[in-house]
Each structure stands twice: as C-alpha cells, then as structure tokens.
Design a protein around this ligand. Structure first.
Ligand code: ATP
Length: 332
C-alpha cells in the first residue's frame, strides 16, 4: 500500500475513533478526506481486514465497534505520553528476534531516530542471555526492542538494563497491581517465576557506544498451556497472576512512558536515583544466593549491587565478592 493510501486509511480510523460511540456518515468521511465513497469503502474493508470491527448502517454511516488486540503503531501512538520513546514504531506480525531487526536498523547509515521501537506479535527465534531461547507465542506476549543512542561509555551499558528493569516493573505494578520484583541481572519475577526477560546489546568502539538495543519479552496473556514444557514450572504471565486478560497496548504505552521517565532521570540527574529504586524493587538482594559464573560458583549473601550493576556477595569467610555476570539461584 502506498504511503498516501496508508495515510488516508489512518485518517479514516481517526475519524471513526473521534465519533465513537456514534456513527460517522459516509458523506462526512468523503468530504473530510476529499475522497470518493468507493475509496472510503476500500479503507473500511482494509481496516476490517486488520481486525477492526466496523458496523455499516444505511443512512447512519460507520461505527467503530471494536479495536483488535494488536500492537499496531497507530494504536501504540494513540494516547502515548512520551516525547521520543516509541514515537517511531517498526511493527511486524512475526519476527525471528526484535533485537536483531533493531540492531540492523541502528547500524544503517541513515540513522533511525533515538527511541524508535521494534515490536513483533511473535518471535520465532527470541533469545535471552548467552543465546538461550526465549518463547513468545503470537498475540499473547509483548516483545519489543528500543533503539537508543545514549552519551555513555561502554562500561556504563549495564545501567540501561537496570533502568529498563525499574521502568518495566514500575509500569507493570501500576497497570496491573502484580507485585513484580527484579532479579539480578535481567529478569522480572512474580512469586519466584519469570514474567519478563531483558536483553541489552550494543554496537560500540573501544570507548564509544554507537547504539544500544534493549529488548524485552513480557509474558502477558499466556495461559499455562501456552508455555513449552521446559519452562512451564518456572514461567508465569500477568493473566495467570491476575485471572484477567490484560490490554497489551495500554501496558506497552505505560512501559514506554516509565522507560522514558527513568532513562531521563539517569541521563539528566545521574544513576543514584535509579539504583535506589532498583534496590527497592529487587527480590535478589539481602537473601542467600548461589551464583554460577562461567568457570566458578559461589554461595553467599547478596548484599548489594554497585553503580555498574555488579552484584556484591558476602562469602562465608566474610570476604566481599564482586560478580559482574552469572546466573543467580535464590536459596530460600
Ligand atoms: P535465569 O533465568 O536462570 O537467570 P537467564 O537470566 O540467563 O537465566 P534469560 O537469558 O533472561 O535467562 O532467558 C532465557 C531463559 O528463560 C531460558 O533458558 C528459559 O529457561 C527461560 N524462558 C524462555 N522463555 C520464557 C518465557 N516466555 N517466560 C519465562 N521464562 C522463559
């Protein structure tokens, strides 16, 4: 579809929304958009094809009855309160990985604007840390990646994972009341089960970050049967926790708004406030933990995280061990 036709289709949608819960006459649509009745009809049919429920009644016109549960860019932007996060959206029905497309876009010669997001209704090759698989079935989860160009050095990059964890946890708590907590380094948990994973990747030179891509997979409307056997016992979704279907668009808008808020706090006022909030929302601090790094593991007491996102473990002999990367098991 040409740019002009997409623009007209979106204008039809906007007018239908403005007149809700009333009808908008065919004549008004034709006049407002300076197009023929046949053209209006074609746009209505195309919107129906996208899942919009539109009633047509002789002499009354058209009524928008229902909006589909899709992460369409026009739905994300309708009511989005951010200044730059999510102002440009690359939407895909299915993608191998939103992070992969985001990295490709970010490394193009003509730069994509700061805060652009890539969303997909499903990922067929979603990844977590160390290439571990991340499952996200169609229309049930929120999978998105943010493209960012922060003026920071490569050593500060882990802070963006912490900013994201704080922002997503805050948005989920506000929108659903689910008491989600942060597990070091990159997960959100509810009752010990994983609700969301975050994966930060970067394009950088030795002392300069060219771009950052932060991806998140949030389990929203999956039922227990939507998870593959191997993660069924360790995963949960907002629907499982609350018993109700969550509006994915509204939740994504809230997550983008919270992200922008905390990202700006970091860049404009420094990292201390983010770190305080991270500590407050953490479920992997002040408890016994077992850490598995690539070549070592430690049992100890998770005492704190530092400014660079490293976990500080008090070992049984009293020594404080700084862990930069590894898997944490909470020992309860
Ligand atoms: P851990 O959860 O042990 O800390 P990790 O942080 O490295 O591991 P991630 O990289 O964030 O994990 O995510 C990958 C892992 O998450 C997979 O190995 C799998 O066990 C689990 N997983 C995959 N898909 C989902 C999902 N939709 N919901 C919850 N957990 C999942």
């Amino acid at each position: 579809m040409s740019r002009e036709l997409v623009f007209l289709k979106m204008a039809v949608l906007r007018l239908l929304k403005e007149h809700r819960p009333g009808y908008v006459s065919g004549e008004e649509l034709c006049k407002g958009l300076e197009v023929t009745r046949t053209a209006v009809w074609k746009h209505i049919q195309s919107l129906r094809g996208d899942g919009y429920d539109i009633e047509a009644r002789p002499r009354a016109g058209y009524l928008l009855v229902g909006i589909p549960d899709r992460l369409y860019p026009e739905e994300i932007q309708d009511g989005l309160t951010t200044k730059f996060i999510g102002r440009q959206v690359f939407y895909n029905n299915s993608l191998a990985s939103t992070n992969d497309l985001a990295k490709e876009l970010a490394s193009r010669e003509t730069q994509i604007s700061d805060g652009t997001i890539v969303v997909a209704e499903e990922q067929t090759g979603g990844r977590g840390r160390l290439g571990r698989e991340w499952f996200s079935p169609k229309y049930r989860a929120i999978c998105f990646s943010l493209i960012l160009y922060p003026p920071v050095s490569p050593s500060e990059v882990s802070r963006v994972t912490m900013v994201t964890a704080v922002a997503l946890a805050a948005a989920i708590r506000n929108e659903t009341g689910v008491p989600v907590g942060i597990k070091w380094p990159n997960d959100l948990l509810v009752g010990g089960k994983k609700l969301c994973g975050i994966l930060t990747e970067l394009g950088a030179e030795i002392d300069k970050v060219n771009y950052l891509v932060v991806g998140a997979g949030v389990n929203v409307n999956q039922g227990p049967g939507d998870f593959p056997e191997e993660v069924r016992d360790i995963a949960t979704s907002l629907k499982i926790e609350t018993g109700v279907t969550v509006n994915r668009v509204k939740l994504l808008q809230a997550m983008l708004a919270e992200f922008e808020r905390w990202y700006r706090v970091w860049l404009e006022h420094g990292f201390a406030e983010v770190l305080t909030k991270w500590r407050e929302m953490s479920v992997s601090l002040h408890c016994p933990v077992c850490i598995h790094a690539i070549d070592k593991s430690w049992n100890g007491w998770a005492e704190d995280v530092d400014e660079d996102g490293a976990l500080m473990i008090r070992l049984p002999d009293g020594e404080l061990q700084r862990v930069v990367a590894g898997d944490v098991s909470l020992r309860v």
